[in-house]
Ligand binder design. Structure first.
Ligand SMILES: C[S@@+](CC[C@H](N)C(=O)[O-])C[C@H]1O[C@@H](n2cnc3c(N)ncnc32)[C@H](O)[C@@H]1O
Length: 370
């Protein structure tokens, strides 16, 4: 759990344990592979390789070149001794590491291409010898915006799933998928709703959602007061700059501020000190006391932000329900021998992040798994 915040370590452990339980019940003859989409620093990918029985290789895909290069060059310790990874000697060599690859995923096809490339490399490198079609589990932890939807799009395409692959030329196919979506504000235009309206007589969705509603879903993960201060004080700071005509080298001030530790928000003066040091200007040049004219604005902003936090879970719930309905519709229309269960699983604790959909996984697993 090196280099992870306690929150991230908890999420990674929980998700890997959950995937491990699914894996134990998969009806596969010779192990399986995992693709972690939007893998970031590869924390989950490494944990999966470490704890999931029967996994023969993990592909960590990410669209950030710098991150991928860095991870690919870092030597991570080998998985724990005693954990079973490969069940077949012929494929044992590919089981010892996570493969980091660049992949900016904007469609199911792009994802499938990246997985194809990985399997071709394993075949060329003679780490993959048996001819049995390889089952692949898709996972994604906090895949931003449309990314987690593209993962599901790849899964619901009949031609990419294991049961269809077995009759075709591709040597691998998807068998299950566990995605925890986030950052709905980054969804592409037109991605809500994706499911059909509940009533056939309706041509419009039951709930219409303005693009702006997606911004409600950025829900604070810290205490309420701190969360409100973070947003409101930053907004006030920008206001002060405008009022005072302060120019910041034509650079975006909020971008340059970066993240502050919670203690920066203890008082307005401490906050200005932190801001001043980041922006290279003295706090005095801004203002050390909150001008009375800004107090009503601060209050209005706080109320607006709290309302936004209250509406966030509703918007997220609508998005998740829509996604699950859509997956079920698509899988039902596939007319396949194997049927699937599509579930919303509250994977991470709801304490501290009440109702946040960042804690809920969209899980698609073969129906034979309890
Ligand atoms: C919120 S981070 C989560 C990282 C990691 N899964 C974790 O939980 O620590 C989202 C990651 O997805 C990657 N990402 C976002 N959009 C992507 C895309 N279209 N294709 C591939 N990666 C993407 C980002 O580079 C980032 O590393």
């Amino acid at each position: 759990m090196v280099g992870m915040s306690p929150k991230k370590a908890y999420e990674v452990t929980r998700m890997a344990t959950y995937v491990s339980q699914i894996a134990k019940n998969l009806r596969v003859v010779d192990g399986f592979y995992i693709v972690d989409v939007g893998a970031g620093q590869g924390h989950l990918a490494r944990e999966l390789l470490d704890v999931v029985t029967g996994v023969k290789g993990v592909l960590a895909l990410d669209g950030d070149t710098v991150l991928v290069k860095r991870q690919a060059s870092v030597q991570h310790p080998k998985p724990r001794i005693g954990v079973e990874h490969a069940t077949d000697e012929t494929d044992a060599a590919d089981a010892t590491s996570v493969t980091h690859k660049f992949g900016h995923i904007t469609s199911p096809e792009r994802l499938v291409e990246a997985v194809d490339e990985w399997f071709t490399e394993m075949e060329t490198g003679h780490t993959l010898r048996s001819n049995i079609p390889k089952p692949v589990m898709l996972v994604s932890l906090h895949g931003c915006g449309s990314l987690s939807l593209d993962v599901l799009r790849a899964f619901v395409e009949k031609r990419f799933r294991l049961e269809d692959i077995q009759r075709g030329r591709r040597r691998w196919g998807f068998i299950a998928s566990v995605t925890v979506p986030c950052c709905y504000n980054l969804l592409r235009e037109g991605e809500y709703p994706v499911s059909a309206p509940l009533s056939p007589s309706k041509t419009k969705p039951e709930i219409e959602m303005a693009k702006a509603a997606l911004h409600f879903t950025i829900i604070p993960s810290t205490t309420a007061l701190l969360a409100v201060r973070k947003v409101v004080w930053r907004a006030l700071l920008e206001c002060l700059f405008v009022h005072k005509g302060i120019k910041l080298d034509d650079m975006d001030a909020s971008g340059r501020l970066g993240r502050f530790p919670p203690r920066a928000y203890d008082t307005w003066t401490t906050f200005l000190n932190f801001a001043g040091s980041r922006l290279g200007s003295s706090p005095e040049s801004i203002n050390t006391t909150l001008s009375p004219t800004l107090v009503p604005l601060a209050r209005a902003l706080s109320i607006l932000y709290v309302l936004r936090c209250m509406l966030g879970p509703l918007v997220e719930a609508a998005l998740l329900e829509d996604r699950v309905r859509w997956v079920r519709e698509r899988l039902a229309s596939n007319d396949m021998r194997l049927t699937y269960n599509t579930l919303l699983v509250p994977l991470f604790s709801q304490l501290g992040e009440v109702g946040s959909a960042r804690n809920i996984a969209v899980v698609v697993i073969p129906e034979y798994i309890e």
